[in-house]
Design a protein around this ligand. Structure first.
Ligand code: NDP
Length: 403
């Protein structure tokens, strides 16, 4: 493998491309394509200024499979890194199969007309990728991505089995805006307004969105209210760790965010049902997303830190009885911006996308078929996190979480 084609030119893509360019020995030939070429050019200019590396850019609608196949062949890509939106996962996977190249993404497929993200659509591609002798790696961001790798590292090095698991995602940053989302607004709001779901005793337990919460003291951020949510890695973690009795995902939100979101929901602005407006159909959430600040513009003003990690309790690998471990990364918005021109939420997703690509490019992770992060050896990925800006630490807690 030597040539990579990245699709999408948002904040996550910008970080991933900068980090690939900083590791030119692994990524000697980088190409970037998106719906709006000018956005690719802005990223390419920044990469040239910061690293001296030249990136070729192209315009593409990734939902047009024949055009994607042509582009993949034209640039001679061996790996396509999908950093566009979840809606494009399946067409890009189709194009990879037709062109005979490997695939990586950071978010699982979601149909446009239903706010429902599940792995089933992409897992259904396993045999096709296997027969083609190709690898598709799903969810190589932070959550999903690093959170799955953290869990599997604990299972390899600290715990024989995992009984209960809590993923805690805190963005303690302040962007100075009344209301903004730190990654794609449409996807973010669809995720946050969906009912909460967690895994308990072999089944999904559903509760209304944003109803269950707990305060948690996040190191280097402080105490924040964390809300129970559904998040896609719960599905793969439960599948690949069938012994887990309970797995939950928590994300922090400030009072201002909740206040704005509640009003927007109450007036129907977060709906994905089409409405007629001045003679044409519009989707209220897509209109809302178009007037909200673009995540890639928040970097300059965002201050503070993210703290994302996993708390797992289970049978100790060494010794007897149960133990509980907390493994996490703390990332500074200002440091991420100084290095790549993007805030920490884009950084914590773009760096793992680069590392997942590096795992595939170097053959450290390989396989034929569709794979989740849980199926790979966590050690080399964990090593690269430490080397490329997302250092982690692990500590033993006194006992299981009390919430
Ligand atoms: P942005 O909205 O900032 O960027 C998305 C990019 O994709 C835009 O440049 C957009 O083009 C482009 N795009 C959209 N549709 C198409 C299309 N049909 N063809 C080609 N390009 C298209 O999103 P982010 O950078 O914030 O997020 C990128 C991805 O990362 C998302 O899938 C998101 O869900 C995922 N993510 C994953 C996380 C994780 O931890 N695993 C965390 C955060 C995000 P245009 O500019 O023209 O609209």
């Amino acid at each position: 493998m030597s040539t990579v084609l990245v699709i999408g030119a948002g904040g996550v893509s910008s970080v991933c491309i900068h980090k690939m360019a900083m590791n030119a020995e692994i990524f000697p030939d980088i190409h970037l394509a998106s719906r709006t070429k000018s956005k690719c050019d802005v990223i390419a200019d920044s990469v040239k200024t910061r690293t001296g590396v030249s990136i070729e850019t192209y315009e593409i609608d990734a939902e047009e499979v024949p055009a994607m196949v042509n582009l993949i062949k034209k640039v001679g890509a061996t790996l396509v890194v999908n950093l566009a939106l979840p809606y494009q996962d399946l067409p890009i996977m189709d194009a990879c199969l037709e062109a005979g190249v490997h695939y990586l993404d950071t978010a699982n497929y979601e149909p446009k007309d239903e706010a429902k993200f599940e792995y089933k659509w992409q897992w259904a591609y396993h045999d096709k990728f296997k027969e083609a002798g190709l690898m598709a790696l799903l969810g190589s961001g932070f959550d999903p991505g690093v959170t799955s790798v953290f869990t599997m590292w604990l299972k390899k090095h600290r715990l024989k089995t995992i009984r209960q698991l809590d993923i805690l995602d805190c963005n303690g940053g302040d962007h100075g805006q009344a209301f903004a989302t730190n990654f794609n607004p449409e996807i973010n709001i669809r995720e946050v307004t969906a009912p909460a779901r967690h895994w308990e005793n072999g089944e999904w337990v559903e509760t209304p969105a944003m109803q269950v919460s707990t305060p948690f003291d996040f190191e280097e951020v402080g105490t924040r209210q964390a809300y129970l949510m559904y998040h896609e890695e719960l599905e793969s973690l439960a599948k690949f760790n069938p012994e887990i009795e309970r797995a939950r995902f928590w994300m922090t939100f400030g009072d201002e965010y909740i206040k704005h979101l509640t009003v927007l929901q109450n007036v129907g602005m977060t709906s994905i049902e089409p409405v007629r407006y001045q003679g044409r159909e519009i989707i209220p959430l897509q209109f809302l997303a178009s007037v909200l600040p673009k995540p890639e513009t928040l970097g300059e003003t965002t201050k503070g830190k993210t703290n994302i990690g996993v708390i797992a309790t289970g049978e100790a690998l060494h010794g007897s009885g149960e133990k509980t471990y907390y493994i996490n990364n703390i990332c500074s918005h200002e440091a991420a911006y100084a290095e790549t021109g993007n805030q920490a939420v884009s950084y914590t997703t773009g760096v793992p996308a680069m590392i997942g690509s590096a795992m595939m490019f170097t053959g450290t992770w390989s396989g034929e078929g569709v794979f989740n992060m849980e199926e790979m050896d966590p050690d080399p990925f964990m090593g690269m996190l430490n080397e490329h800006g997302l250092p982690w630490k692990v500590k033993e807690l006194d006992g299981p979480v009390s919430f």
